[in-house]
Design a protein around this ligand. Sequence first.
Ligand SMILES: [Zn+2]
Length: 344
Amino acid sequence: MKAAYIEEHGDLDQIVINELPNPEPGPNDVIVDIKYAALNHIDIFIIKGWSGLNLSMPHILGSDGSGIIKDIGSEVTSFKIGDKVAINPGISCGKCESCLAGKQNFCEQFTILGENIWGTYAEYLKVPEINVLKIPEDFSLEKAAAAPLTFLTAWRMLTTQAKIKHNDFVFIHGAGGGVASAAIQISKYLNAKVIATTSSQEKMERAKMIGADYVINYKSNPDYRKYVYKEITKKKGIEVVIDSVGQSTFSTSIKLLNKGGRLITCGATTGPLTEIDLRYIFWKQLEIKGSTMSNQKEFRDIMKLIFEYNVSPIIDKVYSIEEIVDAEEYLKEAKQFGKILLKI
Ligand SMILES: [Zn+2]
């Protein structure tokens, strides 16, 4: 099968497109004929590598995808060849205490497709039966590939972790990113008031179109904190901050919050190290919570909202698999608004 993979860590030029052997299903696996895959920042981190990441090479990238079931294992009961499916990229063992309690993302063996196991940038993907979900016949395979990782992440952050309520002010950094644009839409669906930041006039307009009530250009207005506090929240402050940016935004996130506010972090695209003034945390009695991916129930809950068009993933651009290096470059430079897809 044709696949986009790496043979060693390094820069984007390590990506190879060539033939690799087709996967064979285990008893509880399905083989998906991938039609679309979607890029995520984790691709760039994996290509670079980190200490403790020991991949067996060649390694196929890609966490998000959608397609058609091509083959099923001997024990598979809920799918047949020809079903249209979306894929949950969070893979767990299925039998430990955490998995049995429905907390799959706490599993010791938890991993993401394309991280420690072969991912979606290939013609065929082997994946456990419990990680695929049938999609409605009339629902597009593009949107089904664009949704999972970012929407399940944003959904868990806002509901399980932040417990957002009606009329909460939710502050979202970097509206053009995948998790951020999902978080804007989910926050609006849950009747919160959304303030988002982004870097250009064009992205500001797009953020408004998907539901942000207030959008700030952080490049032309880097000192936006007082404006948000006085003019937007009328000195009430923010109840929830969604931060996937990390180093460059974290201290601002803490300062933006009102007493009892919740800061939820799911990533650090600008770097992992930050300085925190602890006085803000104890005096305002803040909650700071991490969030990683979702459990199976959260994945199914958010996909149902997507399939019923309550929220809808934004697709910025579709590349062919042969253009993967250009696509990853475009992601790395943060030029996108929403998701970047590969047609496989
Ligand atoms: Zn487990």
